[in-house]
Design a protein around this ligand. Structure first.
Ligand SMILES: Cc1ncc(COP(=O)(O)O)c(C=O)c1O
Length: 414
């Protein structure tokens, strides 16, 4: 950063630096890790020296590099991988892979060591769970797809909700019934929607809900469970659950209040979308049926990825703390910027998104921003029935200083 080592130059060895600075190898090694994590060093391979580098992007560690032609992509809430933690977990997992190479590799329902670790995490968080209540799936969306395939009917969905989930349900030709959802979790409107439409299933997200960021309290979860219990089969998407900003115990999983609920978890947001490791938690007989079905071979997750997940879960809280620290910084800057423009914003305590009513059409705004190479998701995408045009979802993966083109547009009256 001071320019002592030109970009591309080889750094002295860690042993040399430790000796010349009179510090331990461990201190130098953790400094190298941090610099590599921030992009200032190209990661060293075993037995190789590190090279000074410029960070590949200046937008913090969470924002992924763009793979499309946009100069700024605010249409999705995606993150780059936690470089150092994921790399270290991968190297450890490789050691364990050897003992699996003599197996067929077809582990229907997932590796037992991963199922056990996930069950343990539910148990630790107050919902006793065993490995046979867990099946490993390559991604939360794939999990929903599998569950929706056998459950074509009328699905109750929150309005707004996660757009890709709507697409999955629509693709199965299920009918969608909207329930207006916000932090008040109005059960009157829920009961009314259920009375009028008699849905058979519900797709719910109550942990740092995408897009609103709402996280229901235990009391609200309990009341919601009572309102739906015995009336609809609930599929609860807990993908955002581990992205909690405040310390302290999380709320209970909905499975705690609704023993028959099927919940979906994933490492896509808490770790990386490229690690296709997610899971379904459900009643034992349900999981046994899914795993025993001949089609379970179509949703296998590669053993190496599962072993990496095992390694990550063994030190999960520490790596989550690093991830959420940056999200909190971004959230605070975005909330401040939006409030300075006069918008009312509910401050999310977790998750990846801020949701704001902007008083103008997001469809029109999207067209205007597209001309500058900026992508946003029109508000309507989050609703089952095409309303919601004046709502904007902003991902917390970026700092407000990166959102200049959007904030500029928001500050001009229509
Ligand atoms: C609520 C929710 N569920 C599921 C997903 C997708 O998860 P996966 O990448 O594990 O399929 C997302 C991604 O944004 C999400 O927000």
């Amino acid at each position: 950063m001071s320019g002592s080592y030109p970009i591309g130059s080889l750094l002295p060895s860690q042993r040399h630096l430790a000796a010349s600075h009179g510090v331990s190898r461990v201190t130098v090694s953790s400094a190298f890790d941090q610099l590599a994590n921030e992009g200032w060093l190209s990661p060293a391979r075993p037995n190789a020296r590190s090279t000074a580098a410029l960070p590949r992007h200046t937008r913090g560690l969470l924002a992924p590099q763009l793979t499309n032609s946009a100069s700024l992509d605010l249409a999705s809430a995606l993150t780059a991988a936690p470089l150092v933690d994921l790399r270290a977990a991968t190297l450890r997992a490789l050691d364990h892979l050897t003992s699996h190479l003599r197996s067929s590799g077809y582990h229907r329902g997932g590796l037992i060591e991963l199922r056990e670790r996930i069950a343990f995490r539910y148990t630790q968080q107050g919902t006793p769970t065993t490995a046979d209540e867990i099946a490993i799936v390559p991604g939360a969306l794939r999990a929903l797809e599998l569950l929706a395939a056998d459950r074509v009917g009328k699905w109750l969905v929150q309005q707004p909700t996660y757009p890709d989930a709507l697409e999955v349900l629509r693709a199965r030709r299920s009918r969608l019934v909207g329930w207006a959802f916000d932090s008040s979790c109005n059960l009157g409107t829920l009961r009314e929607a259920m009375r009028r439409h008699s849905p058979t299933h519900a797709y719910l997200c109550v942990d740092f809900h995408n897009p609103t960021g709402v996280n229901l309290s235990n009391i609200q979860r309990d009341n919601l469970a009572r309102a739906v219990s015995g009336k609809v089969v609930c599929v609860v998407d807990e993908t955002m659950r581990e992205l909690r900003f405040a310390p302290g115990p999380p709320e209970y999983s909905m499975a705690h209040f609704l023993p028959n609920a099927i919940t979906i978890g994933s490492l896509s947001k808490s770790v990386w979308g490229g690690l296709r490791v997610a899971w379904i938690r459900g009643p034992r007989d349900h999981i046994a049926r899914m795993v025993g079905d001949g089609r379970s071979v179509t949703w296998l997750t590669p053993p190496l990825e599962q072993l990496i997940a095992c390694e990550l879960l063994d030190d999960f809280d520490a790596s989550l703390r690093k991830r959420t620290r940056e999200l909190v910084r971004n959230r605070d800057s975005i909330v401040k910027a939006l409030r300075s423009l006069g918008f009312q914003v509910q401050v999310p305590d977790g998750g990846l998104t801020v949701w704001v009513a902007i008083g103008q059409s997001t469809k029109v705004l999207a067209e205007r921003l597209a001309r500058e190479g900026v992508r946003i998701a029109p508000g309507q995408a989050f609703f089952a029935d095409g309303v919601g045009d004046h709502f904007l979802r902003i991902p917390l993966t970026l700092h407000a200083s990166d959102l200049e083109p959007l904030l500029q547009c928001l500050s001009c009256a229509d």
